[in-house]
Ligand binder design. Sequence first.
Ligand SMILES: Cc1cc2nc3c(=O)[nH]c(=O)nc-3n(C[C@H](O)[C@H](O)[C@H](O)COP(=O)(O)OP(=O)(O)OC[C@H]3O[C@@H](n4cnc5c(N)ncnc54)[C@H](O)[C@@H]3O)c2cc1C
Length: 404
Amino acid sequence: MWCNRYAVGYNVAMNKEIIIIGGGASGLMLASLLPKQSALVIEANGKTGAKIAVSGGGKCNITNAKMDSSFYRGESSFIQKSLKAFDQNALLAWIKARGVSPVLKKENQYFCPNSAKELLQILEQESKKQTFLLGEKVISVDKRGLYFSVKTDKRVLTSRAVAVASGGVSYPILGATSVGYEIAAFFGHTVVKTAPALVGLTVQKEQFFFKELSGASVDVQIKAAGRLCQGSLLFTHKGISGPAVLDASLYWDKGNIAIDFLPAFSWDHVRSSKKQLTSILPLPKRVAKAFLIQLGIEDKIGSKISAEELKRLKTLNCYSFAPAGTFGYSKAEVTKGGVCTNEVEADTMMSLKSEGLYFVGEVLDVTGRLGGYNFQWAFSSAFVCAASLKHRKKIENNFQIELN
Ligand SMILES: Cc1cc2nc3c(=O)[nH]c(=O)nc-3n(C[C@H](O)[C@H](O)[C@H](O)COP(=O)(O)OP(=O)(O)OC[C@H]3O[C@@H](n4cnc5c(N)ncnc54)[C@H](O)[C@@H]3O)c2cc1C
């Protein structure tokens, strides 16, 4: 479907500076920042920004007050350059200037005040100066001479530059495809092995008792690959989920994680207490009971437990086990891994393998923790790409970033 009255004809993209593959967070921001009628956005879905619309429980966690590359998995100096060019304050100011004031929640996280649609509407409004092809899927990209040819399921389009903003492969129900990785590989890029991230973890049979605790939630600290993730853990019928687990899934690839189920608890008075263990331990009763059974300890009053039993109880501060896997791409908020950033210019987002080919957003090997980091990355990398395009020879004179 053509979505712009200027868009007519087969080879309309010949007179566009750039074809943007994907009308998600990064593609829409890139289209917003580029001059009028300079870009053609091709989006497989019938509408743009599907992930934005459902993000953050419908309110979109846009960004985070604490922002630097340490909140990301990926090459730190590469990430930092984009964050510096367009940080959380610049993003918030850009949104506020368009009439929406994000609200701070959970200490550091900025959300839309009422609905994720508020951010989506801004991006749609700002980008409507470009041409959109909706409901059209990009199949492949090739290059002949100076021109890229972008093959879709309906036609072949050409342009001097292509920005791959097609995201990762998680949540295929919202339109995710692996086309970005395929394009990268075609142009000789290394694609770092991908895996679901910000996702729940499944358990092996030793931890099957977790499944019976489905619905219970506890505050924990999780150590995964040397990183500490804290927050709540939710037991589910598949394993474990909740913010702390989602965060840990970013760092966990295989092997053990260690969960402190009692991070703020002092053991000092347990052996002098007249209360039952299930009342002493600050855990939901059924969780405490299940752990006591696993540890082979009876639910008795604190003063009756032996030193050896206390020692066994204390293992709840460092409950170590190897998850079986993850809940998979269908449930993962993001995809870790992706186009290797060593082969992309940090100042421009341009491929070092093919001039005029750009990568922005989640398709790159940059993945943020829970808390608004992934949208910030999508927007920051799109900003850097837009800024760099104005330096391209052909468009030097008439290309300006439209920030105000
Ligand atoms: C349920 C959910 C909740 C989330 N909540 C948050 C949150 O609150 N805060 C946060 O920071 N992050 C959140 N995320 C992550 C965030 O949505 C992504 O990291 C971000 O959208 C990535 O932006 P992107 O532009 O790289 O990719 P996307 O936003 O995924 O956009 C890629 C676009 O490309 C299109 N596309 C794919 N293949 C093709 C093709 N072959 N042809 C044409 N078009 C194609 C897709 O349809 C899509 O519209 C959430 C993710 C999910 C799934």
